[in-house]
Design a protein around this ligand. Structure first.
Ligand SMILES: [Zn+2]
Length: 66
């Protein structure tokens, strides 16, 4: 068995805070946007979260599925 950080990857992306391309740790997180049970199916949205490994700024982008 190998120990891995599930769902994590490292990519070079532009960081607005750094003002240049920096290595980012990228992961996908399911975030619940509503506490209403009747909307639960529609409120759990996958977000692509990238964290700048230089300054630590996190950016979350909603991954819309058609
Ligand atoms: Zn940065």
């Amino acid at each position: 068995m190998s120990a891995t950080n599930e769902g994590q990857d490292e990519m070079a992306e532009r960081c607005d805070n750094c003002g240049r391309e920096t290595p980012h740790t990228v992961s996908v997180q399911i975030m619940t946007e509503s506490s209403r049970p009747e909307n639960a199916e529609y409120s759990r949205e996958p977000y692509r979260v990238s964290e700048c490994r230089v300054c630590g700024t996190q950016t979350a982008l909603r991954m819309n599925n058609a």
